[in-house]
Design a protein around this ligand. Structure first.
Ligand code: ZN
Ligand code: ZN
Length: 154
């Protein structure tokens, strides 16, 4: 285990730390992430919820994603910084917006997902695997297997 993956919002009202390494990390270019970020994609790493401590209270907004699954995004009610993602796809994990990390350079995205929804003005990291929509089971398990740490999902 590395040092904690710590971060927080712009105003400091919300702080978090994960004692565990990310189970997987990616850039999601879906329309929901575009709207939530006000930009081209969401850079997010997913850590085990059990290893995550949060101080302060995020406000959550839930949407029904294009995949049909529920996705809830957490942000600071004071400064508006996006911080968290909870997705039905991975109920035992919690997404952390990469730029909210104290050391954002530690983020190592493994793939670009939902690239079919990418905007013409989006810039994708060229060496990364490209997945047109949500990853299928095979693609998802390959990502987990090659993540910075292996986390049992059961
Ligand atoms: Zn804040
Ligand atoms: Zn997305």
């Amino acid at each position: 285990m590395n040092e904690a993956w710590a971060g927080g919002c712009a105003c400091g009202a919300i702080r978090y730390a994960s004692a565990a390494d990310p189970a997987f990390s990616w850039n999601c270019h879906c329309r929901d992430c575009q709207r939530a970020s006000g930009s081209a994609f969401c850079a997010v790493l997913y850590v085990p919820r059990a290893a995550l401590t949060v101080h302060g209270e995020a406000t959550y907004f839930e949407v029904r994603a294009e995949s049909g699954r529920r996705v809830s995004r957490g942000f600071c009610p004071t400064c508006g910084s996006p911080l968290f993602i909870q997705a039905d796809l991975v109920p035992d994990l919690q997404g952390l917006w990469a730029a909210s990390l104290d050391e954002p350079a530690r983020f190592k995205p493994q793939a670009d997902v939902w690239v079919s929804r990418g905007q013409p003005w989006d810039c994708m990291a060229s060496p990364l695997q490209k997945i047109a929509e949500a990853p299928n089971d095979e693609e998802f398990h390959a990502l987990l297997a090659h993540a910075q740490a292996r986390v049992p999902l059961d």
